[in-house]
Design a protein around this ligand. Structure first.
Ligand code: NDP
Length: 346
């Protein structure tokens, strides 16, 4: 029986793995292989100590070259790794001209290598359900297997919220600009949302698309002022404010969007639609054993302690005011500290 089962191999889970190793606890990381929210970020500017020119381009390119090789991340889905590597390399090459910040995937690879260096056992096994058993927890997997542990650090993050509009299943609707933006070179796209993600996605797309409509339901953005200023200064981003999405138009592929702007119907012709209206926490596997808030996030403070003794929550999946990679890492560290206390004094 492991001391800790770490559910999730994103920033919070991998940081928990490093801290578990240093605490000399027995632990295993179980993850779907997707790498968490950070892998999709086109650039990471705000992770302390990691910035464009702190390593030579040659060193970072060498690291990127190892992504997708048999020795690196052997249990990740090979096709998606290679696609992400290609995208990350293209983006890095562009940024190197100006000495930019790393791609989220590069940072994720560093996290993973760091955890592996400390001996982390990282299994690609989807989690379906976690149950309480005497003296611990039973985790069930999609492959039918199960595993026992004395504690759980739950860090399964969140998935993009669906628009819930007619036409959402059409080809050309995406939830990730850095994954799909390349398809829209010199085309017209719409981004829906007004938070950091939406504005970052709009800026990213503005570099290749001919025009980006940024469609937001209110007149003010929720995003950071610096991002808002950049968006407003970008010539090919057109703000469409106080606008609700009525439906996405098209037969098989997207041909436009129908909006209600200040109550008046309007249609915009677009080739693609990028949804960035927040995310939904991945708590299905534990919703019956731990308290969630009204939006489905696991109620926990920065210690990671939840309503259930021995079960800790880290990263985007817990209630918190500020969801960032750096705060997810802090959560992972703190949860291990809490798990240690629990194991020592239970
Ligand atoms: P947010 O919850 O911050 O923003 C969601 C946006 O979508 C809001 O503008 C909201 O509108 C809008 N929205 C929500 N539901 C609907 C709906 N049904 N129809 C239309 N619009 C809707 O999510 P984000 O993904 O942007 O950010 C999540 C967290 O991640 C934040 O804490 C953010 O700071 C962080 N983040 C940080 C980044 C960075 O540091 N570089 C990058 C990306 C995210 P309204 O404003 O009216 O509520």
């Amino acid at each position: 029986m492991y001391d800790i089962l770490i559910a999730g191999g994103g920033a919070a889970g991998l940081c928990a793995a490093v801290y578990s190793a240093r605490a000399m606890l027995s632990y295993v990381v179980c993850d779907s292989g997707a790498g968490g929210a950070a892998v999709s970020a086109e650039r990471i500017d705000n992770y302390l100590g990691i910035f464009g020119n702190n390593e030579t381009g040659t060193e970072q390119t060498a690291e990127l070259n190892s992504i997708g090789s048999p020795s690196a991340s052997p249990d990740l889905n090979a096709r998606s790794v290679i696609e992400r590597k290609e995208t990350a390399m293209k983006q890095r090459a562009k940024r190197n001209a100006g000495g930019g910040s790393p791609h989220g995937f590069e940072l994720y690879e560093k996290f993973r290598k760091h955890a592996e260096l400390f001996g982390a056992e990282i299994l690609t096994r989807g989690i379906t359900r976690i149950e309480t058993v005497p003296n611990g927890f039973l985790t069930r997997f999609t492959d039918g297997g199960e595993m026992l542990s004395k504690t759980v650090i739950y860090a399964l993050g969140s998935t993009p919220r669906k628009l819930g509009a007619e036409g959402e299943n059409l080809q050309g609707v995406s939830y990730c600009a850095s994954c799909d933006g390349a398809f829209y070179k010199n085309k017209v796209v719409a981004v829906i949302g007004g938070g950091d993600t939406a504005l970052s996605e709009a800026l990213y797309l503005s570099r290749t698309a001919a025009r980006v409509y940024l469609i937001h339901r209110r007149g003010e953005f929720r995003a950071a002022p610096s991002l808002t200023a950049q968006v407003k200064a970008t010539a090919n981003i057109e703000l469409v404010l106080n606008a609700s999405l009525v439906k996405i138009l098209g037969k098989n592929t997207v041909s436009g969007v129908e909006l209600s702007i200040n109550g008046k119907g309007e249609k915009l012709i677009t080739d693609g639609v990028f949804a960035a209206i927040g995310s939904v926490p991945n708590t299905d596997a534990v919703k019956d054993i731990v308290s969630l808030d009204e939006r489905g996030y696991i109620i926990a403070d920065e210690s990671g302690k939840t309503s259930l003794a021995g079960f800790f929550a880290a990263g985007d999946v817990r209630t918190k005011p500020f969801r960032q990679i750096i705060t997810a890492c802090a959560d992972g560290a703190y949860c291990v500290r809490s798990a240690e206390d629990y194991l020592n004094f239970r």
